[in-house]
Design a protein. Structure first.
Length: 246
């Protein structure tokens, strides 16, 4: 039985992942902003077999509450095995270009709040010399594109932060996983009208996340074909890339 902390548990990808752990009879501690949705998710996970499910309502941009969140999770689950960080927003790029506040808010949700949470959490896991930190980043962090570079830059900063944390915590046997999904059919992308062959369902991404955690992978693209797509995207010379409208 594992003890799993899910931060941003209202996310469709996080919920699908938590269902897999519930099915294994694991213990879960869920943190999310929407109290009503949190209770619905928690009840569902109990029915699906979770040994115990605790919940805490928090807006994760409220950094002052992070110490309380970590203390409550550690209290409920002293043997904490897995931390999944899933919260995020996909801001409107054009709106961000006209609005510094919206840009900085997006950087806060997608990057700063994660850094603020993981900084004390990493120290605790390092001291205990065990555990996994799995964080949902995005393929968007692999290269800045004109259509979403505010979102992409936050995820890119997150990738570098996790890379360094992995390097540091590997000496204490703490596993750090960077998860890079492509297009996933969730409320975050509900406004995008077209759905093509590149799109995945949250359940498929969740299965990939659990597998990558079990296998102690460092970085995982989900679905896996995104590794090849992003290799190609990253290798386009900047002189050509800036002429494209991606
Ligand atoms: N969907 C995709 O195509 C895709 C692709 C690559 C990466 N990702 C990443 O996958 C992760 C999960 O997203 P998803 O696709 O599952 O979308 P989702 O269902 O819309 O989930 C995003 C979650 O983040 C929560 N959240 C946003 N701001 C928050 C805040 N300040 N405090 C607490 N919670 C907050 C939302 O809470 P509320 O419900 O209260 O708003 C929501 O539950 C995100 O990190 C996203 O960037 C998604």
């Amino acid at each position: 039985m594992s003890q799993v902390l899910v931060i941003g548990a209202g996310s469709a990808i996080a919920e699908a992942t938590a269902r897999i752990y519930a099915g294994r009879g694991d213990r879960l501690f869920l943190v999310a902003r929407d109290a009503v949705r949190l209770d619905i998710v928690a009840d569902d996970l109990r029915v699906r077999g979770a040994e115990q499910v605790d919940v805490l309502v928090a807006d994760l941009t409220d950094h002052d509450r992070h110490a309380e969140i970590i203390a409550a999770a550690m209290d409920a689950m002293p043997e904490l095995d897995i931390v999944l960080v899933a919260h995020g927003i996909l801001p409107d790029q054009e709106n961000c270009q006209q609005n510094v506040e919206d840009t900085l808010y997006s950087i806060d949700v997608n990057f700063l709040s994660v850094v603020a949470l993981l900084t004390p959490l990493a120290n605790q896991l390092e001291e205990r010399a065990k555990g996994t930190v799995a964080v949902i980043s995005s393929v968007a962090g692999d290269r800045g594109r004109q259509s979403n570079y505010v979102y992409g830059s936050a995820k890119s900063g997150l990738d570098a932060f996790l890379q360094g944390m992995r390097n540091r915590l590997s000496k204490s046997a703490v596993h750090v996983l960077t998860i890079k999904p492509g297009f996933v059919d969730t409320p975050m992308t509900a406004h995008i009208p077209e759905r093509g062959i590149l799109w995945a369902q949250p359940e498929d991404v969740a299965a990939g996340i659990v597998k990558a955690i079990d296998k102690r992978r460092n970085v995982v693209y989900l679905p896996g074909f995104w590794a090849l797509i992003m290799l190609i995207v990253r290798s386009i010379p900047e002189t050509i890339f800036k002429k494209l409208s991606l």
